[in-house]
Write a protein that binds this ligand. Structure first.
Ligand SMILES: [Zn+2]
Length: 368
């Protein structure tokens, strides 16, 4: 095998197949370092390292530098996370139990050099901690034009961050940022939303405490064995179905915006496997029976906690019968018909950063 053959067989850790390109939101750019999560004092140690990068998350939204929040609706703009200096935050964490910290992992930045990533979750920050006197010195350009605001205002760094940084949703941020930051934001946002929604042990009802550097919770009840709880991930299937003429099946669901057309998707039922769910959803929504199914890829979809598993389906027939409840319309399109529909805006495509859009582009053979 020649070297070029070898390189063509090297898959990214994200790709089980090469059908879809890198999908935003998937985290593969940092080493999770799961082994470090149970280390005593890990967060505090890392916050004191100058090389550690600290991002902020608040009820699932992430902080970006001042002024960037207005960019979400523009095409071809680049956005980045606002990173804060960790050393000023360990005090706030110690004094405010409502503030959570997640260790997101490590990025290799050259021989012997690593950046550790931490997300500070201020969703439940209630109380304030005065900043140490020198806290404003070098306190990150993320604060933008107001970076020189004197600490004497009495605002804590986190309060200032909350006011002066822009906060954007993952949906708004992901299409515009690097793969690394999209992944970091996805992990942070997912954990943040989980900790907001679950504060008690689902088994015994006792309060839970954050564990494993934010990736788990521990039930506080000794009689319940202080069990460790993990975030639930809900699998969903999404299927791009083609017929024998390689036309794509697109559907419009009642819950969607007008003219929005996409492929079939739905949650996996208890006791069901992925391929059954894909075939069932198709049959329910459009009456199309799928034969062969090919795995295309997957994408975390943390709204709030799904994992989208994508397939390409081969239809056994073409007779469409929409259910009229969930799905209002479904239609077979050729590539030419689809491009024409997009141009005339009789059809709108799924948003950037969605796996549905990549699936349609895979069928189309080019970007939308
Ligand atoms: Zn319990």
């Amino acid at each position: 095998m020649s070297s070029s053959d070898t390189s063509s067989t090297l898959f990214s850790p994200l790709a089980l197949t090469q059908a879809l390109p890198f999908l935003p939101l998937s985290q593969a750019k940092v080493d999770y370092r799961v082994d470090l999560r149970s280390e005593e004092g890990l967060i505090d140690t890392l916050l004191r390292k100058a090389s550690t990068r600290v991002m902020l998350v608040n009820k699932g939204k992430v902080a970006v530098p001042h002024g960037q929040g207005d960019l979400v609706d523009y095409e071809s703009v680049h956005m980045r996370l606002a990173f804060l200096p960790g050393e000023y935050l360990s005090g706030a964490l110690a004094e405010n139990p409502g503030i959570l910290a997640f260790f997101l992992g490590q990025e290799s930045a050259g021989p012997g050099q690593v950046h550790d990533y931490i997300a500070i979750d201020i969703s439940n920050a209630h109380q304030d901690t005065p900043l140490p006197d020198a806290a404003h010195v070098g306190a990150d350009d993320a604060f933008g034009p107001e970076r020189d605001t004197p600490v004497a205002t009495g605002l804590t760094m986190l309060e200032r961050a909350e006011r002066q940084l822009d906060w954007v949703s993952l949906r708004g941020f992901a299409p515009h940022c690097s793969a690394l930051e999209a992944g970091l934001a996805t992990s942070a946002s997912t954990l943040s939303m989980w900790h907001i929604s679950q504060r008690h042990c689902p088994r015994c009802g006792a309060r839970t405490q954050t564990a494993l550097a934010g990736w788990g919770q521990r039930c506080s009840n000794a009689e319940d064995g202080k069990r460790v709880l993990f975030p639930r991930i809900e699998p969903a299937v999404i299927t791009a179905t083609v017929d024998s003429r390689d036309r794509l099946l697109l559907q419009h669901n009642t819950a969607w915006a007008e003219h929005f057309y996409s492929v079939s998707a739905g949650f996996v039922e208890a006791g069901e496997n992925l391929e059954h769910a894909a075939r069932r959803e198709s049959a329910e929504e459009t009456g199309i029976i799928i034969g062969d199914l090919k795995y295309l890829g997957s994408q975390p979809w943390p709204f709030p906690s799904s994992l989208m598993v994508a397939f390409k389906g081969q239809a056994l027939g073409t007779r469409i019968e929409v259910d009229g409840e969930e799905t209002e319309d479904a239609v077979w399109v050729t590539r030419e018909e689809y491009m024409h529909a997009l141009a005339s805006e009789s059809m709108l495509a799924p948003g950037k950063a969605t796996i549905a859009r990549y699936m349609i582009e895979e069928w189309l053979g080019h970007e939308i």
